[in-house]
Design a protein. Structure first.
Length: 64
């Protein structure tokens, strides 16, 4: 994985009250972390899997 200092992390423009994630892109992967913990753990997802997850969220297909 790339050196974290060289990653560009993006937060949603809808993020409020600190309960957000940050996402960075590297070849064929999406990296996800808690936006309030710069040195916290990072999850890694295949780009296609992350795209499918976002599509399901937008379509309101995920329910607890």
């Amino acid at each position: 994985m790339m050196d974290d200092e060289r990653l560009t992390w993006k937060k949603s423009s809808r993020c409020a009250n600190g309960g957000c994630i940050a996402v960075a892109t590297v070849p064929a992967r999406r990296l996800v972390r808690d936006s309030t913990e710069d040195n916290g753990p990072i999850l890694s997802f295949a780009s296609e899997s992350f795209r499918a997850f976002l599509e399901a969220v937008r379509a309101d297909e995920l329910h607890a």
